[in-house]
Ligand binder design. Structure first.
Ligand code: LLP
Length: 427
């Protein structure tokens, strides 16, 4: 972000504070999140979609109470996918009608809690869940607003584990074979449900808009079939999240206003062709809002040159604070940030401290040849799916998230302690 610069000694400063001071005050590893950048990105999405559409931030990317408050203040809604995320949202004061509840296997207890609390919508993911939510709502004397998540059969060009709209996977109800139409039929019959729309999420870290185009075409096709069969025009469609961000300089992400324009045009065009009233659109960006707003600061512990191969640089975290490289072959960049260096760059692999050779943070990167223990290095774009996927592997303590802004830094999620770990161990 613009608030990140280098001072005359080559020390990276964030929002006016240098990283050496941040490391002293908060320790390493730690995630530093630029609050004004987060707010600006949230606002850009909100503004791009305007008042005729809704933006639901996908909490799975990163959720904390501070973030919920910022989102609320910036006029965004929130997508949660577990009781834990719902509890976080409610405890931070997100208006419950602005919460959407997702997931392919919500428990009955989670559903009950969501319906009782009055969430704005539940996104139904299976035939069993249609019945389950309807029963619970009826028991509670309520009519729950719901969408049905369908799989449109699109192959999104992204990693297999984060593509979600092709047919052979666990999410949603297939459009193919008339299954989605059957799900709609059932939902429309149940008193406990108010079917407000159709949902499609095609995957994550996507740059190519053509997948959304196909998805929108098929979702609108279903809306048309529903109108023809039942005489109802569902008022909403949700096109999910999944917009890619720049992890390295090779990635070229789209701006929110371009995305909003493209999606709105596609849906409007398809609806006009089908003579349908254009439904209210919603989207669920997670990564595109929080991803670029944070970096992870590590201290170098050892530097091990392997002749003819590369130099292994071990840091004080690893796959417990960023599993994405190990899990998805994700690419990150890295830089020395505690000083400047004129030394020749050397090919490095930045690895963690875990007991496993796949514990890689940055697979291949050039760092200065005089890199030494005690140097601080930073990995940018770790705001999404890093803290939220962090683990205690090897009983390593999960790092804090520190919000930086206006010349101040404050902890929004504190560092885990050994006490935290031992508190759970009651054997
Ligand atoms: N909506 C739904 C229904 C989703 O399942 C997801 C992400 C999103 C929205 C937000 O997608 P985003 O805009 O953040 O790409 N752990 C993986 C990503 C998993 C995404 C799961 N669903 C990663 O680190 O790349």
């Amino acid at each position: 972000s613009e608030t990140v610069t280098r001072n005359q000694d080559g020390v990276l400063t964030v929002g006016g504070i240098d990283v050496k001071r941040l490391a002293e005050e908060f320790g390493t590893p730690a995630y530093f999140l630029d609050e004004s950048d987060f707010r600006a990105r949230a606002r850009a999405w909100r503004t791009a979609f305007g008042d005729d559409a809704d933006v639901f931030y996908a909490g799975k990317a990163f959720l904390s109470r501070a973030v919920v408050r910022w989102l609320h203040e910036e006029g965004l809604n929130l997508d949660v996918c577990s009781g834990g995320e719902l509890a976080t949202a409610l405890s931070a004061g997100m208006p419950v009608e602005r919460i959407a509840f997702h997931g392919n296997n919500k428990s009955s207890a989670e559903i009950r809690r969501a319906v009782e609390a009055g969430v704005g919508r539940i996104v139904l993911d299976s035939f069993q869940e249609i019945v389950r939510v309807a029963h619970i709502a009826q028991e509670l004397g309520k009519r729950q607003r719901v969408q049905i998540r369908i799989t449109v059969g699109v192959e999104a060009h992204t990693h297999e584990f984060i593509a979600t709209a092709h047919e052979d996977q666990k999410f949603g109800i297939p459009l193919a074979g008339g299954q989605a139409a059957e799900a709609v039929r059932r939902a429309l019959q149940l008193d406990g449900l108010e079917l407000i729309g159709i949902h499609s999420h095609i995957g994550s870290q996507i740059f190519d808009m053509s997948g959304f185009e196909v998805a929108a075409h098929r979702v609108v096709g279903l809306l048309k079939d529903i109108r023809d069969e039942h005489g109802v025009e569902l008022p909403e469609i949700d096109l999910g999240g999944g917009l890619g961000i720049a992890y390295t300089s090779d990635d070229d992400p789209r701006e929110p206003h371009e995305i909003a324009k493209a999606l709105t045009e596609i849906v409007t065009r398809e609806c006009d062709a089908a003579r349908l009233t254009t439904p209210r659109i919603s989207v669920e960006p997670g990564r595109a809002i929080v991803g670029p707003t944070a970096f992870t600061l590590y201290e170098v512990g050892t530097v091990k040159p392997l002749d003819g191969l590369r130099t292994y640089v071990s840091v004080d975290g690893g796959m417990s604070d960023n599993i994405r490289t190990a899990l998805y072959d994700a690419e990150y960049s890295v830089a020395l940030v505690s000083r400047s260096s004129e030394a020749e760059p050397m090919l490095c692999r930045v690895v963690g401290k875990h007991c496993e050779s796949g514990d890689i943070v940055v697979r291949d990167a050039f760092l200065p040849g005089d890199l030494a223990p005690g140097d601080l290095i930073a990995v940018p774009a770790t705001g999404a799916y890093c803290r939220s996927m962090a683990s205690n592997y090897n009983h390593v303590l999960r790092p804090p998230v520190v919000a930086v802004g206006g010349g101040e830094a404050r902890v929004i999620v504190r560092r885990e302690t050994e006490e935290d770990l031992l508190r759970l161990d009651v054997g």
